[in-house]
Ligand binder design. Sequence first.
Ligand code: CA
Length: 382
Amino acid sequence: MKISEIKTYVLKAELENHGFGWSQRVTDRRQTAICEVVTDRGISGLGEAFYFGGPADIAAAIMKDALGPLLIGKDPFDTCVIWDSLYNYTRDQGMKGLTLSAISGIDIALWDIKGKALGLPVYKLLGGAYRNRARVYATGLYEPQNASNIADALAQEALGYKKEGFTGMKLKIGYGIRTDLKYIKAVREAIGEDLYLMVDANHAYNAAEAIRLAREMERFDIYWFEEPVPPEDVDGYLEVKQNSSILITGGECEYTRYGFRELINRRAVDILQPDLCATGGFSEMMKIIAMASAANVPVIPHVWGTNVGLAASLQLFAALPHFPERRFPQEPFFEYDRSPHPLRQGVTREKFVTEQGYLKIPDGPGLGVSLDMDFIKKYTAR
Ligand code: CA
C-alpha cells in the first residue's frame, strides 16, 4: 500500500452571543484543519491538527503543501519512519507549535489507515484497551460575553453539567485572584461537595501569584490547577508544585518527546497533559507516555477540536496505562470540551453522546469515524 494524495479541509464558523473569553483573550469563532491521507488501495485515513488562535489555514498548508509531497509513495504502515523523516525535515524551524500540529494530523491519519487496513480499532495497535469507556469531565465555564452577572452565569452552566451526569468539570480562571475566587466559590456552591472541580489559568500567573491563589483555593477542594504559569517557566512550575497541596498540571503547550523530557525529568508537574493532535500524533504520544511511565508521572491528555480529534483521543485514552498499576487503579478523566463549537459534531457521520458521565470508546476499524462531506462542504472556508 502506498500513499497517493493528501487532502485538507479548513472549516470556519462564527459563534453566537459574541463568543467566549478566558485569561488570554476572547474568541468569536471556531475553526479547524482536518487532513485525509489517501492510498492507492482505496483506504484513506483522517487526522486533525490542533490549532488555537492561529489561522487553521496555516496548519492545513503545512500538512498539504510542505509535508504532503514527502509522503507520496510511502507505505502508511511505516509510521515511525515517516514521523522521524517529517520531524527532521522541519526540525530547524519547527520543533514546536503549528508544524508539530500538522505532523500530528498526518500521523493520526496514518494510524487510521493502519487500523482500517487490518480491520482493528487503533487502540488494538497501540497495545490494547485498559478501558472501553471514558469517564469525562466537562471543559467549559469560560467567560460568557453576554451575561450581566458572570458568576451567576457560571453557576448555572455548572449546574447544567451536574444535571447531565458529569462527575467533574473545569473552570477557566486567570482573571486576577479576587475575580477567580469569586467564580470558584459560585461554581463550587452550585455543584456541591461531591463533584470534581478543576481550574485552568491558561498560564496567566507568575509563581508567587499562583502560590497565593493555590492556598486560597484549597478551601474549595480543587482537584487540579492547570497551567498556573507560562509553559517556558519550568522553575516556576516547580515552585508552585512545591508550595501547593492542589495537583499541578500542564503540558498542552509542549511538544514531542524532546519537549516533555524536561517536564518529566524535573518532575515539574503532578499530571502531564500532552495533546494528541499537537504533540506529534500517536507515534510520538506513545513515546511520551513510555517516558512518563518510567518516571511514574501520570498522563491525562489534553483534548480539543472536532469529532475527528476526539475520536483519535478516545483511541489513545483506551490504551493509556495506569500510573501506577495496582489492584484498584485510579481511573483517569477524559477532557470533553463543552464550549460552543458549531463544527464539533457535524464533521463526522458518527455522533458522540455521553451516558451518565461516560463516553463509549468506538471499537470500529481505525478511529471509528467518517467525514460527513455535505457538512464539510457547507463549512469549508473560502
Ligand atoms: Ca487547558
